[in-house]
Design a protein around this ligand. Structure first.
Ligand code: NAP
Length: 250
């Protein structure tokens, strides 16, 4: 199997940490981003220089069908047939109670986190599945502990989006089980990335929640990336349909 991995939302945070580890472990890597072109291009260039792998950055809004199709066409042309996918791009939307939330924020979150992730996996399945002439592959969806906590008062719509990802992971894993494609999810707890200040608009969130984490600390993006890379790898060859918490016990 080739070792070509697409990481959606790879310009920052968990996606960027996963790109770093994937390139270091001998994958050619495509990172996608929505708007942070300089960050994404800079990361791709430095990872290529450090590891000798092919690393490219592709602009694509995963809320757009045309954007997703263009992203895959670019990966096909510049790297080749995809073998691994990390379905990571996601947003929370500005945090609030549901009764105060803007419908546009809710719709944007579902479009990106659910519909976008499902359409990205659809394109990946068409390239990986043996029934389509692929050589098999591995998909890791990034969920969240929000799926079982529910995130009341913060963003229940985001929790619902990740609950959908858990169900999707289980269903797609079973659908592709005889097509050589494994599908798993990682559910991060509270991880130190920009999502808290930039997406939720709640800059104090991390310090407020930290005391409720059994390990009493925030996780690092690299700690999520390690589990993602395990699930992508042949070391996880009998693991499919699993949803793995990486949450410090939360
Ligand atoms: P982040 O630091 O805010 O980074 C988000 C990434 O997604 C960026 O690369 C961003 O691109 C990209 N992105 C956002 N919307 C996009 C769109 N419509 N199309 C394409 N790319 C888009 O987030 P993170 O904390 O690393 O989160 C990554 C994943 O982990 C998400 O699915 C999130 O729900 C999940 N998660 C995070 C935590 C946590 O505590 N951090 C906990 C549980 C789950 P630009 O740079 O161009 O904006």
């Amino acid at each position: 199997m080739s070792r070509i991995v697409l990481i959606t939302g790879g310009s920052r945070g968990i996606g960027a940490a996963t790109a770093r580890l994937a390139a270091a472990r001998g994958h050619d890597v495509a990172i996608s981003y929505r708007s942070e072109q300089a960050l994404a291009e800079g990361l791709a260039e430095s990872l290529a220089a450090e590891t000798g792998q092919r690393v490219i950055a592709v602009q694509a809004d995963t809320a757009s069908v045309a954007g997703i199709e263009r992203m895959f066409a670019e990966v096909d042309t510049r790297l080749g047939r995809l073998s691994h996918l990390v379905n990571n791009a996601g947003v929370t939307g500005r945090s609030s109670r549901l009764d105060a939330a803007d419908p546009a924020v809710i719709r944007d979150c579902i479009d990106i986190n659910v519909t976008g992730a499902i359409l990205v996996a659809r394109e990946a399945a068409r390239r990986m599945a043996t029934r389509h002439g692929g050589a098999g592959g591995s998909i890791v969806n990034i969920s969240s502990v929000a799926a079982r906590i529910g995130s009341p008062g913060e963003y229940v719509w985001y929790a619902a989006s990740k609950g959908a990802i858990d169900a999707f992971t289980l269903g797609l894993a079973r659908e592709l089980a005889t097509d050589g494609v494994r599908v798993n999810a990682v559910s991060p707890g509270l991880i130190a990335t920009d999502i808290h200040a930039r997406s939720t608009g709640d800059a104090d969130r991390v310090e407020r929640i930290r005391p409720n984490i059994p390990m009493q600390r925030v996780g690092l993006p690299a700690e999520i990336a390690e589990t993602v890379m395990f699930l992508l790898s042949d070391a996880a060859s009998y693991t499919t349909g699993a949803i793995v918490d990486v949450s410090g016990g939360r």
